[in-house]
Design a protein around this ligand. Structure first.
Ligand code: ATP
Ligand code: MG
Length: 310
């Protein structure tokens, strides 16, 4: 078990970006599986399931302690495996302690507010884990790649400056800093799939009838902007990765590996929170003893006598 924890720790550290300034996306290989290969899959499955169990234990303490919370932000190109990864991370945890929110193109009501408004409303309560399937980062990703979207955001003309994306990245860094100083740590995951693997998965969605529903024709068009997206991701990560609120650039060409790294990162973050069940005060202990005495003093009902009608 200790060996497993060490192995997972090493794995997670490799993909953790806590100092954005030195980050370069070109140094990251989407097909990387550390030293694990297909033959290690059974072992990594064991590692994954024991990590999922550990996650459940830690979440129980997080909930009982009711002080801190964890926000997991998932960003990726289409078909990188966000949904499947979220499903895995959450497979062992108590649903009462988790809140998942998906962010699509903003609604009319959302456009009537600043861009962080809808994120604020979905933040996890104390003791909970919040999951954002896409997030406020779309404002410096899809909107940056398609700046015409800004025209529909009802911003005052003075806000539409040349440095709007640099300003937004600063807003986001401040927002996350504020959150972590107030008890919510933000872990950001970029599921880094390669363009070739995305193509393979799109073709699979077209060819397999049970996957047809996942296919959206617009996604193929979006591939055409691949390099712009990668540049936007790199800048977002460079501008917002900190020790308190790190990014994880997770290789996503192999789904089993993606899941292992993500679950490992969540477990590690919870472990570093030093969670513990709340301790009972002397007064509470006294209360427990009184309750026990009351329960024990209750008269036990006489057993019903056989054959006798009441
Ligand atoms: P999947 O395709 O796996 O079901 P998804 O997250 O891609 O999941 P979709 O409904 O396909 O969900 O896409 C949501 C779309 O909304 C994405 O293209 C995303 O870029 C877009 N979006 C999210 N936030 C914003 C935003 N603030 N402004 C404009 N577009 C946004
Ligand atoms: Mg989609």
């Amino acid at each position: 078990m200790a060996d497993q924890a060490k192995e997972l720790h090493k794995l997670v550290e490799r993909y953790r970006i806590a100092d954005g300034k030195r980050f370069r996306l070109k140094h990251c290989d989407p097909a990387d599986t550390h030293h694990l290969d297909a033959e290690d899959k059974p072992r990594s499955k064991t590692l994954l399931s024991s990590s999922v169990s550990l996650l459940a234990e830690l979440q129980d303490k997080l909930f009982a302690q009711d002080r801190k919370s964890l926000l997991l932000v998932f960003q990726a190109m289409d078909a990188a495996g966000k949904d499947g990864t979220i499903k895995h991370v959450m497979s062992g945890v108590n649903p009462a302690g988790v809140q998942v929110s998906s962010f699509k193109a903003p609604s009319a009501e959302e456009l009537d507010h600043d861009y962080l408004w809808r994120a604020w409303r979905a933040l996890p309560e104390r003791g909970r884990i919040g999951i954002f399937n896409r997030s406020y980062y779309e404002e410096v990703l899809v909107v940056r790649v398609h700046p015409s979207i800004l025209q529909g955001q009802k911003l005052p003309p003075t806000s539409l400056t040349k440095h709007i994306f640099r300003d937004r990245l600063r807003d986001i860094a401040h927002f996350e800093d504020y959150l972590s100083r107030n008890g919510t740590q933000v872990l950001k995951f970029f599921l880094h799939v390669s363009r070739d693997e995305q193509k393979r998965r799109f073709l699979e969605r077209i060819e397999q009838p049970e996957k047809n529903w996942k296919f959206a024709a617009g996604d193929v068009k979006e591939r055409g902007h691949w390099d712009d997206y990668m540049a936007a991701y790199e800048d977002a990560i460079r501008s917002t990765a900190t020790e308190a609120n790190p990014w994880f650039v997770v290789p996503a060409d192999n789904k089993w590996f993606t899941r292992l790294v993500v679950v490992g990162a969540v477990v590690q973050a919870l472990e570093q929170m030093n969670l513990a069940y709340p301790t009972v005060t002397a007064a509470q202990r006294q209360e427990l003893q009184t309750a026990r005495a009351l329960l024990e003093a209750e008269a036990t009902a006489p057993p019903a006598r056989p054959g006798k009608r009441r």
